[in-house]
Design a protein around this ligand. Structure first.
Ligand SMILES: [Zn+2]
Length: 188
């Protein structure tokens, strides 16, 4: 996971979609200042806010962008990749059987066991803590009397992004706050 703890030195820019919503909440869409300046010069982004920090070249100096927005809209209705991270994010990093949200102890469970022909797909994989996974073993849900909290299905990017709003990173620059809406309470 890409958590930035020392942003003022690194000066990453928060990247917004063309609708001024963050491209991604989790991991938060951040670019290094080098990548950000490249995108500015290639005219791919607009600068929305800046750091006080300046960079200098022989002929000019400019303040580093702290927030940029893409000029062309990235469509969030596209299908996300079927990855470990995205399955966990869909399930809010919580066991779908007991609800425990211990990210260190999270595994995958095939709802219909592989031994019964269950596939490794969005529709048959859920996040499960290891005790629940062990308890369910190779049993069908009705035999184990264990059903996932929600019927697993393929999310779209928009839905995953909404889930990500529950996971603010440790560091947030003040200029980002106007564009971020967290589901979780921030520690002050
Ligand atoms: Zn569990």
């Amino acid at each position: 996971m890409n958590v930035v703890r020392q942003a003022p030195d690194g000066c990453p820019a928060l990247v917004l979609n063309a609708d001024f919503r963050p491209l991604s909440y989790f991991p938060l869409s951040l670019w290094s200042w080098q990548d950000t300046l490249k995108a500015v010069f290639l005219n791919r982004v607009d600068v929305v806010a800046e750091y006080d920090t300046e960079v200098h070249s022989v002929s000019t100096s400019m303040r580093l962008p702290s927030v940029v927005s893409l000029k062309s809209y990235v469509n969030h209705s596209r299908k996300p990749a079927f990855t470990r991270f995205n399955v966990f994010l869909r399930d809010s990093f919580a066991c779908q059987y007991c609800g425990k949200a211990d990210r260190e102890d999270l595994t995958f469970d095939h709802v219909i066991p592989r031994s019964r022909g269950g596939k490794t797909t969005w529709q048959n994989i859920v996040a499960a803590c290891s005790p629940c996974n062990l308890r369910k073993g190779g049993k069908m849900p009705k035999d184990a009397r264990m059903w996932p909290a929600q019927a697993p299905r393929q999310p779209n990017m928009f839905e995953l992004n909404e889930k990500g709003r529950a996971f603010p990173p440790n560091y947030l620059h003040e200029s980002w706050q106007d564009y971020l809406y967290w589901d979780a309470e921030l520690e002050s």
